[in-house]
Ligand binder design. Structure first.
Ligand SMILES: *[C@@H]1O[C@H](CO)[C@@H](O)[C@H](O)[C@H]1NC(C)=O
Ligand SMILES: *[C@@H]1O[C@H](CO)[C@@H](O)[C@H](O)[C@H]1NC(C)=O
Length: 702
């Protein structure tokens, strides 16, 4: 990593910023990104995107549905590259030292189809579907990993005004059966992996009549045809061929028609189907296109997140509207060192060299950990230089804007960060991150090491992703940006929880989203729909997210809490678990914390993962003897010490008396994503923690 020029670089790196920061100190100014707006419905504090007074509904005139948009895009970008797929060159099973077998693949270059070619395939598929006997009044479901045929199937259905049902593969068998039955799906489109699962559940898929499967190298076609013989079964290319020979006139949908019923996990019980209209998709598409600077045919997008998830579906809609080339990959083949890539062969990013990438925090955390581990292994001068470079860049990114783009950046990029960048192909210019909050550390790491801005999206399936989007030139962390131009954000006071729009210094309240991206509600569930969706006197639809947020002066939203994490205690006081945890985590003894409260008690308690370093230091100074850390955590003196420290921090954080845990349990072992107790983004999972430490919690209330 370090080579000649290192010494010069360090000299430049230290000299220039000192001069520049002296010159530009105090020049930092926040651009206004969201401004107050007058809206209808429940009283609150509403913000619109600062760049546009009117809400954007379509990306351009006439693109009122995804079917219209797609056709117009294909006409506009005719001979440009559109969908790219890597051909499998080889496959092998590798046995690890513990006896487990892993599949490794060797994949070749991307093979591309143009917008015009894809349009032909979509038209043929749409015709073939009808010819195969699919009744257009019934739903089609797509159940597959992300790939070109997924998008082609989706657009094929849209061309015949057919609603598509999507199901997240990780939701499990019962969820799949429930979703297909609830929507009475008659044609199921799947890949070979999912096809193999169908045999054991076919007696429970009562509405299904046709199966269309994507061919790949793994399909043992004849075997399927035998075992699933009650159904009409056809391969994807057979359906296309059928359509080519028997063209059917398209029947394009209308703006308010349901394009997709997208199943998402409910926090309890069975998944809910969110009804997404064509109008929702084109509105979010129009809005996000304005967030990514200068997007167009020169861009290449690496698609690998599940298309059954709103975030990826929105992203690919944006790409096709802008004429971007979409290359397909998978999370397991993303980089040269990804788990499914055969040693010595190349990952998707290296071959594709994408300019645009979407990611979820878990993936960015993984990339960051991988890089840091490598640097740690190299040690010595490499590690030292990396640390100097990182620190300098961090100071620059967080400080003056000039430092962020100056000569020093160029130097560090050339000698240190170039190697990190090649991990993702070396050409990333913009990253979209969504799905969960991204930690400030990971965001900074990407800003600095990958050198690209991150647009952080906040949105739910119910708002077709488009609720808030941070902008390319916003380098702050922990915030999700202003609303995109397709929607408004409103904070509504929540008195019981103690969050009010009159709060100082920042207005706070439940986040409510209004506008064109707000979906039509839950499929066959009017009660739940009426609970969280409202239409105001001006005809605008609003969705109540259940998240608590606050607006910064520049109009950007920060999510601070979740409504359901608020508990009413025995005497009627409300306690916001997230708020208390945030306050307590600044205590030196606390590594992780979960606060617990219930209505049957007048006080709350907490599970605390003790910081080993701080607690052992204290024990040494206090002369406490102990065998191992676990024993130390059980000592009453240790518990008292931490409790006192927590009390001080809580007082400083202005917590009410009832909000301060009266009793705590100290735990020696950190909560890791592998243990299932925290998410990949290290957010605590309350239900899992409650179950794991049931007995400890019970004792705390005794
Ligand atoms: C399918 O849905 C119907 C109601 O629409 C219900 O009566 C039936 O039990 C469901 N079947 C399965 C397998 O879930
Ligand atoms: C599309 O299908 C829906 C429901 O099946 C129907 O109500 C609507 O009229 C159709 N739209 C058009 C433009 O044919």
């Amino acid at each position: 990593m370090a080579d000649h020029g290192t010494v010069a670089a360090i000299a430049i790196g230290i000299l220039f910023p000192v001069l520049f920061s002296a010159l530009f100190l105090g020049k930092k100014r926040r651009k206004v990104r969201g401004v107050p707006v007058d809206v209808g419905g429940e009283a609150g504090y509403a913000i619109r995107n600062a760049r546009k007074p009117e809400l954007a509904e379509v990306p351009w005139e006439g693109a009122t549905t995804m079917a219209h948009l797609f056709e117009q895009s294909c006409k506009k970008y005719t001979h440009n590259r559109f969908l790219g797929t890597r051909k499998q060159i080889g496959k092998e099973l590798v046995t690890a030292s513990d006896g487990r077998k892993f599949e490794k693949v060797h994949l070749g270059d991307y093979e591309w189809e143009t917008y015009e070619e894809v349009f032909t395939r979509v038209s043929n598929f749409a015709s073939g579907l009808i010819k195969l006997g699919h009744n257009i009044d019934r739903h089609v479901a797509i159940f597959s990993d992300t790939r070109a045929e997924w998008l082609i199937s989706l657009q094929g259905c849209f061309r015949q005004n057919i609603t598509v049902v999507t199901i997240y593969a990780s939701l499990g068998e019962d969820a799949l059966i429930h979703s297909l039955n609830e929507t009475q799906v008659s044609t199921l489109i799947c890949d070979s992996k999912q096809l193999r699962k169908l045999d054991s559940i076919k007696s429970r898929l009562t509405s299904v009549q046709n199966i269309i499967y994507f061919e790949d190298d793994d399909v043992e076609e004849n075997a399927f045809r035998g075992s699933l013989s009650d159904w009409t079964i056809a391969s994807f290319s057979e359906v296309q061929k059928l359509g080519k020979e028997n063209p059917v006139e398209p029947s394009l949908p209308s703006k308010n028609g349901i394009a997709v019923v997208m199943y998402t996990s409910g926090s309890t019980g069975l998944p809910k189907g969110v009804m997404i209209t064509h109008g929702n998709i084109v509105a979010t598409t129009a809005a996000v296109m304005t967030v990514i600077p200068n997007m167009g045919s020169k861009d290449v997008y690496l698609a690998y997140l599940p298309l059954a998830h709103v975030f990826e579906m929105a992203a690919e809609s944006v790409m096709l509207a802008a004429g971007v080339a979409i290359g397909y990959g998978s999370p397991l083949t993303l980089t040269d060192t990804s788990s499914k890539i055969k040693k010595g062969t190349k990952g998707d990013a290296t071959v594709l060299k994408p300019t645009l990438l979407t990611a979820v925090p878990a993936i960015l955390d993984r990339i960051r950990d991988g890089v840091l581990k490598k640097i740690e292994e190299k040690g010595g001068i490499v590690k030292n230089i990396f640390q100097i470079a990182y620190k300098r860049r961090l100071a620059a990114v967080e400080g003056s804007w000039l430092g962020a783009w100056g000569l020093e950046k160029w130097v560090w990029d050339a000698i240190v960060f170039k190697n990190v960048r090649t991990l993702l192909g070396g050409h990333i210019r913009f990253m979209l991150c969504g799905g969960a909050p991204l930690s400030g550390d990971s965001q900074r790491f990407i800003n600095i090491c990958i050198g690209s801005p991150i647009g952080q999206g906040y949105g739910l399936t119910e708002t077709f992703a488009g609720a808030a989007f941070s902008e390319a030139d916003d380098y702050s962390v922990g915030r999700v940006g202003p609303p995109p131009p397709c929607s408004y954000l409103k904070l509504v006071s929540w008195e019981e929880g103690g969050y009010r729009t009159s709060d100082k210094p920042l207005p706070r309240g439940e986040v409510v989203v209004g506008g064109f991206s707000v979906t039509a509600g839950y499929f066959k569930n009017e009660e739940k729909t009426n609970e969280v969706y409202k239409v105001d006197e001006r005809g605008m639809r609003w969705f109540y997210t259940g998240d608590i947020g606050q607006f910064h002066p520049d109009g950007c939203l920060e999510i601070v809490d979740r409504k359901k994490d608020i508990v009413k205690l025995q005497h009627g006081e409300y306690i916001s678990l997230g708020k208390v945890e945030a306050a307590l985590s600044s205590c030196d003894y606390v590594d992780s914390v979960m606060v617990h409260a219930d209505p049957f008690h007048s006080y709350c308690v907490a599970l605390v993962v003790a910081s080993r370093h701080s607690l052992e230091k204290w024990a040494q100074e206090a002369g406490i003897e102990y065998k191992d850390f676990s024993e130390l955590c059980n000592k009453p003196e240790a518990v008292t010490e931490v409790l006192q420290s927590i009390f001080k921090v809580a007082k400083a954080g202005k917590l009410q008396k009832t909000e301060i845990p009266a009793k705590i349990k100290l735990l020696p072992d950190p909560w890791t994503p592998e243990s299932g107790l925290v998410t990949a983004a290290l957010k605590i999972k309350r239900e899992q923690l409650k179950a794991r430490f049931k007995d400890d919690l019970h004792k705390l209330y005794a």
